[in-house]
Design a protein around this ligand. Structure first.
Ligand code: HEM
Length: 166
């Protein structure tokens, strides 16, 4: 790799000014990156479950949707709690607008996941059409929050834990 090109890159130079590495990690593995897969998968699974219920009318999918939507909400809260610690405690992450944009999109997604679970706990009859519509919205927000989270890593170099190992 051409090291001269790296130092000439303004993004790489900015990364050297303030720490942007993950503060919450287990044995060098950032916890937020490990935990976001659960809400992402469960939001999309909930949408698939709602479509299967719409198609089949089988009440099994109502029970499955309740658990899946609950899993999406609580795993989203857990991932969000870790993300919030990263955002507030690491100076280089805190000072980037992109980090806050991701946090706002993620909080909207978590709120939608909570609404989706709450609908199912209180009234299963609400699933068609309201639950399905909230599932679609949550899937769109997950796409936005997840895509933007990825940009934080790959475009902005945030949350990496670079060591001297080869
Ligand atoms: C309040 C809520 C959240 C905050 C403040 C937050 C903050 C952050 C921060 C600071 C990063 C940069 C990497 C790091 O420091 O760990 C990040 C990465 C990321 N976030 Fe979040 N996050 C939140 C919730 C979520 C949720 C619910 C999702 C699921 C859609 C998500 C998806 C991602 C993804 C996919 C990455 C890139 C991880 C990777 O590819 O390694 N975040 N987030």
């Amino acid at each position: 790799m051409d090291e001269t090109a790296n130092t000439a890159n303004p993004v790489i130079s900015k990364l050297e000014e303030k720490d942007v590495s993950s503060a919450v990690a287990v044995a060098g593995h950032p916890l937020h990156a490990m935990s976001v897969h659960f809400p992402i998968a469960l939001v999309f699974i909930t949408l698939a479950i709602d479509l299967l219920y719409w198609w089949s009318g089988d009440p099994f999918w109502l029970r499955a949707g309740l658990w899946s939507a609950g899993g999406a909400f609580f795993s989203g809260m857990a991932a969000g709690a870790v993300g919030t610690v990263e955002l507030l405690s690491v100076a280089g992450i805190r000072e980037r607008v992109a980090s806050w944009a991701h946090a706002i999109a993620a909080m909207m997604l978590i709120a939608l996941a909570g609404l989706n679970w709450g609908l199912r706990v209180t009234d299963a009859a609400e699933i068609l059409p309201h639950g399905l519509l909230v599932s679609i919205l949550a899937a769109v927000m997950t796409g936005m929050a997840g895509w933007h989270g990825g940009k934080l890593i790959f475009d902005h170099g945030i949350g990496l834990m670079v060591t001297a190992k080869d």
